[in-house]
Ligand binder design. Sequence first.
Ligand code: ADP
Length: 605
Amino acid sequence: MKLNLKTTLYNLKHKSLVVCVLLCFYGLSIHAQTTNQQVKRLQRAIFVYNFAQQVGWPNQIDATQFKIGVLGPDRAIIDFKSLAQKRNINNKPVTVVNFNSVKDVKDVQLLYVNKSFNFDINYILNKISGQNILLVTEDYNYHTTMINMVNVGDSFEYEINNKTIDKEGFKIANSLQQYAISSSQKWKDLYQNSEADLEASKKIEAEQQENLVTKDAEILSQKQQINTQESKIDTILNTVVTQDKWIETLSNQSELHKQRFEDKVKIEQDLEDNIKRQIEFIKSQDQNIISRNLEIQKQHNFIQNQIAEIETKEFILKQKESQLNTQKTINILLITLISLAVLGGILIYRSYLSKKKLNKKLKDKNAAIQKQSLELEIKNDELEQFAYIASHDLKEPLITITGLIDLLVEEYEDKLDDNGKMSLNFISQSSARMQKLIDAILQYSRLGKSKNTTNINCNSVISILKDDLKNVIDRTESTIITTDLPTIKGAELELRLLFQNLISNGIKFTKKGVKPIISIDCNLQSNVESVDYWVFSITDNGIGIPEKHKDRIFSIFQRLHSRDEYEGTGIGLAHCKKIVEAHSGRIWLDSEVGKGTTFYFTIPA
Ligand code: ADP
């Protein structure tokens, strides 16, 4: 990469060299005129040196050096000096001295003055007169100086003023005299020729000037290119410098790597030696190991035999162990079973004890209940006996009272005033009511006593009842609807009373203007002990019974209305309850006030 870069750089440098040459050419072209002037100045110097060579001085020159003086700030001094390094005059080395003022001029053999610096030639001639100084001038007027040079075209011509030359005692060599310009006609020709030459050279110069302009443009563009190239070169140079640094770093690193590699090689060598030593050691160890292995093999065989023996013993042991395990498991199972049996026994015993306790308690309670029941039965019997006797005994005087009232009505009604009649009527009604009540109590006390149970067809019972209640039914325009009712076992008269009371109540307890509708239904049901029983329902569309009175109305003489509202004794539902319970059933009701009531009772099937 570095090589490539260098090659590129070389190419660039090569290109820039070419450009430099072009520049030089440009420089040469630019300074072509200057160069011409330099050539002219050199020609001038050569002319001046030639004059010095071909002029004889009036007095012998003692000096070891030939001195040329130049008046004014003339560049000719440089040319004289450069020529002095190569040429001698009269076999003497030449020195060139510069003067700014004519007054200073002395100790020179030749004085050169150019008219362009405006020195007064007559004044100069006067000043140097008698000092053996050859005055060589340029562009002064004809015949005013000693030797005067004139620039014609690209070269110089000269004239010699023999008058002043002779006056100062100089001797001019023939060769110099021969080519000097001496007549005006000659000058004229010279000028004409030189004008033609000048024209031609002007033309050439103009062409050159044009070329110069073109070249200038070319050079300018080339300069720009150079600038671009140079900036590129600079960039590349910077890159190269960076690359160089990088390469240097890399080479440093590579040095380091080299060093490391050498170290590594050394370490590896050491390691190798070490490994070799270790291999030797391992080899000897190997021998040891082999002999030890043999020993180990022997021991191994011995151990193998022992292992085989142990395995055989282990096998036997395992067999015995498994036998033992089986035995253990059996034992554990046995123990568990025995424990469970004991536990079960304990539990059974405890449960037996607790059951025994409970049974005893139950027996005691049953006995107590039975005793209480008996007592209750006896008391009930006594009560019923009392009720029967009381009502029976009350009935006799009541009959007497009723007979007497009837007699009074028959015999003395005409003799009584209205109050007496009304009182007699009131007594008669009260006695009749009392009669009814006593009959009802008597009936109540007799209920449930009947042992005469028969199969009763409930459909027939309802049919008979409908006939019995025909008057009421017709009067109230009641409707009695029944489904197919079952045949049940019981006391017929009591059951008829039961149905009669419930149907009568259904008809009785309705709002005025409402025609009673009584529905009788029955279905078979089973209790939790799967004992079947009949559930009868008697539903009416009457006034309904408030929830809070649902139980109370089954008690004797409990009524919810006054006699003025609904006629009755308040003993009907008490009869019903007693009859149902005497048939081992129960009675209850569902009701919604204003909508109607359903009475339910059960009878064993
Ligand atoms: P009684 O009918 O002679 O008044 P009950 O023992 O038959 O006596 O009835 C007790 C009370 O229960 C009645 O006075 C009445 O208030 C109420 N009762 C009974 N049956 C019905 C019924 N079907 N609808 C509304 N109320 C009833």
